[in-house]
Ligand binder design. Structure first.
Ligand SMILES: Cc1cc2nc3c(=O)[nH]c(=O)nc-3n(C[C@H](O)[C@H](O)[C@H](O)COP(=O)(O)OP(=O)(O)OC[C@H]3O[C@@H](n4cnc5c(N)ncnc54)[C@H](O)[C@@H]3O)c2cc1C
Length: 317
């Protein structure tokens, strides 16, 4: 059995988990196996058959009402034992990254993190993973029967499988958490950066925080998340949660629009896997243009308002 951890946020299933489920379902089809979706703490009546699951297992219990790596890894371990799962797919989100190594130890499994494409099972089991801050890829052969794979969000397509999944529920029997979230302050009404398919990002070329109105307006019209370079968050022009790059968040959206960002190697480390990169910069020699699919040599204060106007026209047309 292949087990896939399904992460929820406020009761909704994260898109990155549906990608992981599609990955698990395709792998199961490839190896003649079955694929199970594992929900933790959620009692909602979800059927993930269409997203690729042959079976849905929900582990319930008060200990799973808020996320802790300790209890969620223990609950996944319980689910994998009940399912007799040998391969576990987890999206490489913050929560996923904290569960995966604990689970690998519990299951005595090999772990490969940051996987970007489907496993090659023609001879043995090997996967392609990103390494050195996305500057290189490695093909990794996995020995042994038990494996934990963490899949980079936006590396795999969500698909419709048209299956009908059987559902079961088990009570959590693992340990209680030794640490507990007392309160969580969430940014409201914004598209999470790691989940976003479109990202509008800006750097020091914007001159100051007062000029971010047009970046936010462009992002709103496009339905995009906003991001920024490190110096921008260091200077408190923007929140640290928007900082992308080697020391910030790694993202892989379908479209990354970079406004007034030079394209230093540390910035590129977090965004270079974006499917399409569009760069707006006054300096034709800016390094970012070398990594760009589309480049506009121009002043952000002229180009961005024109993009906003055109996007509005297209939206109303
Ligand atoms: C260990 C280490 C880790 C780091 N980690 C990160 C990281 O995770 N993320 C990150 O971003 N950086 C990181 N950095 C910093 C990185 O090296 C760069 O200094 C930083 O990315 C530069 O930010 P910037 O492009 O916004 O600013 P700048 O380098 O100042 O570039 C501003 C750009 O805006 C352009 N510009 C100016 N005016 C306009 C205008 N009106 N319209 C359009 N364009 C304009 C300029 O031509 C220039 O290219 C790290 C550095 C180190 C040493």
């Amino acid at each position: 059995m292949i087990a896939v951890y399904i992460e929820t946020d406020g009761g909704s299933i994260k898109k990155s988990s549906l990608e992981a489920l599609a990955y698990g379902a395709d792998l199961a089809a490839q190896t003649g196996d079955q694929c199970a979706a594992v929900l933790l703490g959620s009692t909602s009546d979800v059927n993930l058959g269409d997203s690729g699951a042959n079976k849905t297992l929900t582990i319930t219990g008060d200990a799973l009402s808020t996320f802790t790596a300790e209890t969620f890894a223990a609950a996944m371990d319980q689910a994998c034992a009940e399912l007799d799962a040998h391969t576990i797919i987890i999206s490489n989100t913050y929560n996923g990254k904290s569960i995966a190594p604990r689970l690998a130890v519990k299951r005595n499994a090999a772990i490969v993190s940051g996987v970007v494409s489907q496993a090659d099972t023609s001879t043995g089991f090997s996967v392609r993973k990103s390494c050195f801050s996305n500057k290189a890829f490695a093909q990794v052969a996995v020995n042994g029967e038990n494996r934990v794979i963490t899949l980079i969000p936006n590396s795999y397509e969500v698909k419709s499988f048209g299956l009908s999944a059987s559902a079961s529920t088990s009570a959590y029997v693992g340990p209680q958490a030794t640490v507990k979230s007392v309160s969580i302050d969430k940014v409201k009404g914004k598209i999470p950066l790691t989940e976003a398919e479109l990202v509008v990002s800006a750097g020091r070329g914007m001159k100051g925080p007062e000029n971010w109105g047009m970046i936010e307006e462009l992002a709103d019209i496009l339905g995009a998340a906003t991001a920024c370079s490190k110096p921008v968050s260091d200077m408190d022009w923007r929140p640290h949660s928007e900082h992308v790059g080697q020391t910030g968040i790694t993202i892989k959206p379908n479209l990354y629009i970079a406004v007034g960002i030079s394209g230093a190697i540390q910035h590129l480390a977090g965004v270079s896997s974006s499917k399409v990169i569009c760069v707006i910069n006054t300096d034709p020699e800016a390094p970012f243009f070398k990594a760009a699919d589309y480049g506009i040599v121009g002043d952000a204060f002229e180009v961005v308002p024109k993009l906003i106007a055109r996007a509005k026209e297209l939206k109303t047309a």
